[in-house]
Design a protein around this ligand. Structure first.
Ligand SMILES: Nc1nc2c(ncn2[C@@H]2O[C@H](COP(=O)(O)OP(=O)(O)OP(=O)(O)O)[C@@H](O)[C@H]2O)c(=O)[nH]1
Ligand SMILES: [Mg+2]
Length: 211
């Protein structure tokens, strides 16, 4: 009887765990976003922005939501560190790609790297969210402007029909873009909600196709 009840209790309180990677160029604001998530969702506040330095390697933060644990992996964005990203692709359930919407000089570089991420086969069917960070900066590009800028870049960069995978055009057209500020917290809850819903939907779809 005890075992039965314990089994039932474990079943009812079981939490699914999902891993989400946060990637993007150096200085995009990934760690600031992660620390803001920690402050909003855990009892231990995240580091204040002035104590955050460039990430050499990775940072991890775990938050508990109803029946779900989200594990965020913030990966360093400096050029030489980017090659570690793909080691996380096989195990991740969602990808958040961060763009510094206030740094117009580095947008093209950000899209180059984003393009490589989009064409990685391991994450082709993984939920992907584009975050236009630093929305607190007065002349930062809005979500709409970021989307247009990416589409312009795409036209300039690619010949018509030169998609690297069949799913790529659909993926770009249906790309979700969200405006956030790791600094003042704007949009961070919406970001977490989006990821929470999308990882669960993706699991359900997978369960259905497995059965
Ligand atoms: N104004 C503003 N500044 C921000 C925001 N997010 C981050 N920053 C600043 O941008 C700089 C880089 O932030 P980080 O969070 O260290 O950037 P990162 O993407 O983790 O960089 P790497 O670890 O090198 O890949 C810091 O000076 C932050 O204070 C934001 O939302 N608004
Ligand atoms: Mg960092």
């Amino acid at each position: 009887m005890y075992h039965l009840l314990r089994g039932l209790h474990e079943h009812l309180t079981r939490k699914d765990e999902f891993s989400i990677i946060i990637i993007g160029l150096d200085n995009a604001g990934k760690t600031t976003i992660l620390e803001r998530i920690k402050t909003l969702y855990t009892r231990t506040p995240g580091l204040p922005p002035e104590r955050i330095g460039p990430t050499v390697g990775q940072n991890m933060g775990k938050i508990t939501l109803p029946s779900t644990i989200l594990q965020f992996w913030d990966l360093g964005g400096q050029r030489d560190i980017r090659r570690i990203w793909e080691k996380y692709y096989d195990e991740c359930h969602a990808v958040a790609y961060v763009i510094d919407a206030s740094d117009k000089a580095r947008l093209d570089e950000g899209w180059e790297v984003f393009d490589t991420v989009l064409s990685s086969p391991q994450i082709l069917h993984v939920p992907l969210l584009l975050l236009a960070n630093k929305q607190d900066v007065p002349d930062a590009l809005t979500v709409e402007e970021i989307r247009e800028n990416y589409e312009d870049w795409w036209q300039r960069r690619h010949q018509p029909g030169a998609w690297e995978t069949e799913d790529q055009p659909e993926r770009v057209a249906s790309l979700d873009v969200m405006g956030v500020s790791g600094l003042d917290g704007t949009g961070i809850k919406e970001m977490v909600d989006w990821l929470f819903i999308r990882v669960q939907n993706a699991t359900r779809k997978k369960d259905q196709s497995d059965s």
